[in-house]
Design a protein around this ligand. Structure first.
Ligand code: TNX
Length: 773
């Protein structure tokens, strides 16, 4: 049945013509995520004493959204703003009207918002759309309105007249919150839900069980939380602790019901994750009989992958998990239950008689198929309760359960494979969606973590190019994951924001409207909203306008404009930049070598991380006389594990040799060393003529190049393959050369190129290198 909505229809119909969004870019309000269509109007609308929030909808939730909107506005304006059902033919001038029509064929998150001088009209197919219009209305007001304290004065707010028509690109727009590694309190989880909803995200993937903690009360198995929710505190930050020095916590079933209801009213579905068959040591500490060895175990205190997993040969395991899942299903009304399935070492199953018996009895090929058997069995159980299973991309190994949804994290290959086979997919590759990864190169981060800055996160497209168009419907959406090994609750904001705003736009806005420059423009305003909301986002770093690292006579250093309201404080004398250090205002002239140290300090007083940039005044380096020169460089190879380049002089080499070029030494090291290793190459470099030479160093983990003991290029602790350049002024002849390198496992790369007088850019050749025998 199509109902008639006089005011809304008037407002909406009047604005059918649409203009291309790009032409409006300059005037476009700073809404994040960017709406599909915005048409600016003339004039403004102001609420008054007589304004009401009128509802016209068969959905009871429409009234709840209206109440939320009215309550929000009341605290900001002090106006009465009663919420009422709109009478037929009622004159709604001066009010806000929320209306839905059941016959409307739009998506449930679609909304049409029209602001005219006569009032605000919101029209949607479903209350979810009304809720999103409410979020957009918030962002059309000054950012300071996001402060919860009443805005007084003025006690009147104004909106610009415009029309917005908006809906999501993907159905699933989520964030994983890992409460397994660190328990997070109930209020924090609710605040997270608010922040998701504010960004029009609609899934909280709640990671509730881990090796390091079991966080959900299960009535049938009380030891899960009596034992499994607490671990021996081993880090200073693990506070508070109980009398036995334990750290942790859990959610009671009442807590969970409260949080689920809270999420529901904000159109956020909670997808609980109960990890199996791995990442379950906390459960095994409580019930060791569910393991292959029988234990005993303690709740894991280290990070990383745990070998002890649920025994797949023991019927008790399945009885246990089905009982746990039955309680989980009762608590979480959403259709999906996440069962993890990632990182399951097979060592225990290999040597477990029960698991081997299961492999025999079920005619399985190996332990990978045993994992697949495990997941299929659980899927059947969930299906019998009308729930759908979702798991990490490892559940593809050994054959995928028939109706499973796959969450792809190890790149997008799993996404392509699963979608091609007709399975639904959630995209959250480590390359763009891992909110636990640093936002800048960070030597303190584990070597396998790349860094993901805002632009990188923003550049993500959940639809892989390799996927045939006909299969793209299987890509349900995108999720940002905040794993918390390095992010206890107080650090979560810093890791999550602003990148979550970028991922929200990835999930919501049409691909054709994505534009990082425009996003950055809107973010300048959005950062102020986040400030007002008390979100302690990662403070944007100062960025130099050029990557100049050396000069001959003098040079100038310039910073790009900050993307946020704040100041750059800097020093050039080696001291730490503080609020008392000079504020950057104009290009800085350098006449001598210096180290630029700088940081952003926000208008709010929040302090950003420091950046350092060394810049050298080139002085000609005299060549040295060598009595006897043999081709190649002498190298020493060391075994060990480092995060940064080691102090080579304090180490004993595993072996020494001569390499024609650095790449040869790396190849040799790779074939000999077990795990991490370090290399030092020493000898001389021949410069064919006087002049400035540019050395380019491509590396991973860490490396540097020195000439005459002076560091020319530093690529230490970057943990991602990239190039670094440095210049040096050389006289013709031989120059003592040192190349240092270390590898922390994973990718390894070491390539040195040179460019200068008489030399086109090229890799170091054997002819340029020599060493004393
Ligand atoms: C891998 S992503 C994991 C998590 C870790 C994360 C750290 C996934 C399915 N497993 O257990 O917390 O890396 O980045």
């Amino acid at each position: 049945m199509i109902l008639s909505y006089p005011l809304v229809a008037l407002l909406v119909l009047a604005a059918q013509a649409t203009k291309p969004a790009s032409r409006l870019a300059a005037a476009e309000p700073a809404i994040v995520p960017r709406p599909v269509e915005i048409e600016p109007g003339a004039g403004r609308f102001r609420l008054g004493e007589k304004s009401a929030v009128l509802v016209q909808s068969p959905y009871p939730e429409a009234k709840s959204v209206a109440e939320q909107l009215a309550a929000w506005l009341r605290t900001r304006t002090g106006l009465p703003l009663p919420v009422r059902e709109k009478a037929r033919d009622e004159n709604s001038a001066g009010s806000i009207v929320l209306a839905t029509a059941g016959g409307h064929s739009r998506a449930s998150d679609h909304y049409d918002l029209t602001i005219s001088e006569r009032g605000v009209g919101i029209f949607a197919a479903h209350p979810q759309g009304l809720f999103y219009a409410f979020q957009t209305l918030r962002q059309l007001l000054p950012p300071e309105c996001e402060r919860t304290a009443a805005v007084q004065p003025p006690n009147e707010l104004e909106w610009p007249c415009l029309r917005i028509s908006d809906h999501s690109r993907f159905l699933w727009r989520g964030m994983l919150l890992d409460c397994g590694r660190h328990f997070m309190d109930k209020e924090f989880v609710k605040r997270t839900i608010d922040l998701l909803a504010y960004h029009k995200l609609n899934v909280l993937h709640w990671h509730l069980t881990e090796d390091q903690g079991w966080r959900i009360e299960i009535k049938k198995f009380p030891k899960l939380t009596e034992v499994g929710a607490w671990r021996r505190a081993t880090r200073d930050s693990e506070q508070p602790r109980d009398a036995q020095g334990r750290y942790g916590g859990f959610y009671t079933q009442d807590d969970i019901r409260e949080i689920v209801a809270y999420a529901k009213s904000r159109y956020v579905t909670i997808v609980p994750e109960i990890e199996m068959p791995g990442h379950c040591l906390a459960a095994l500490a409580a019930y060791p009989e569910l393991s292959c060895t029988g234990g005993p175990f303690e709740v894991r205190t280290e990070w990383g992958v745990e070998e002890n997993v649920y025994c797949a040969g023991n019927e008790k395991t399945f009885e246990f998990l089905e009982s746990v899942l039955a309680e989980v299903i009762d608590l979480f009304p959403g259709q999906y239950i996440h069962i993890g399935g990632d990182e399951v070492p097979k060592a225990r199953w290999n040597s477990c008689p029960k698991c081997q018996e299961r492999i025999q009895a079920e005619g399985l090929k190996d332990e990978r198929e045993l994992q697949s058997y495990f997941v299929r069995r659980i899927e059947k159980f969930l299906a019998s309760r009308n729930r759908r299973l979702i798991g990490w991309d490892e559940i593809l190994e050994g054959g995928l359960a028939p109706n499973a949804t796959v969450q792809s994290w190890r790149g997008m290959a799993g996404a392509v494979a699963a979608a091609s086979a007709g399975h639904d997919v959630i995209a959250s590759p480590t390359s763009h969606c891992y909110l636990d990864y640093p936002q800048r190169p960070d030597p303190a981060a584990p070597g396998w973590m790349g860094f993901i800055d805002l632009e990188k996160a923003y550049s993500f497209d959940p639809l892989p190019a390799a996927l045939p168009a006909a299969k793209s419907k299987h890509i349900q959406g995108v999720e940002g994951n905040i794993w918390t090994e390095r992010a206890p609750q107080p650090r979560v904001d810093w890791q999550v924001f602003p990148r979550l705003a970028a991922l929200a736009e990835v999930g919501w806005s049409p691909a054709s409207m994505r534009d990082f420059a425009d996003f950055s423009r809107r973010m300048r305003t959005h950062y102020r909203r986040l400030d007002a909301l008390g979100v302690e986002y990662f403070v944007p770093l100062p960025q130099l306008a050029s990557d100049i690292t050396s000069f001959q006579d003098s040079c100038t250093l310039e910073f790009k404009p900050l993307p946020v309201d704040g100041r750059i404080h800097f020093t050039l004398d080696g001291s730490e930049p503080t609020a008392a250090s000079p504020v950057y205002a104009r290009a800085i002239r350098l006449d001598d070598s210096a180290e630029m140290r700088a940081r952003t300090i926000l208008a709010s007083g929040r302090v950003g991380d420091e950046i350092r940039h060394r810049i050298r005044k080139l002085r000609p380096l005299d060549s040295v006389q060598l009595a006897v020169v043999q081709p190649g460089l002498a190298y020493e190879l060391y075994n060990g594990s480092w995060r940064m380049l080691p102090e080579f002089d304090k180490l004993t080499p595993l072996r020494t040799g001569v390499a024609a070029v650095p790449e040869d030494a790396l190849a040799e090291a790779r074939s000999v060393a077990q795990g991490g290793f370090a290399l030092r190459l020493r000898g001389s470099l021949s410069a064919p003529a006087d002049g400035v030479y540019t050395i380019t160093l491509r590396s991973d983990d860490g490396a540097r190049v020195l000439l005459h003991d002076e560091e020319i290029v530093n690529h230490d602790g970057l943990h991602a393959v990239s190039d670094r350049r440095g210049e040096v002024l050389l006289r013709a002849g031989w120059h003592p050369l040192t190349i240092e390198y270390f590898d922390a496992g994973g990718a390894s790369a070491l390539a040195v190129e040179i460019e200068g007088p008489l030399l086109q850019r090229q890799p170091l050749t054997p002819g340029m290198l020599g060493h004393a025998p």
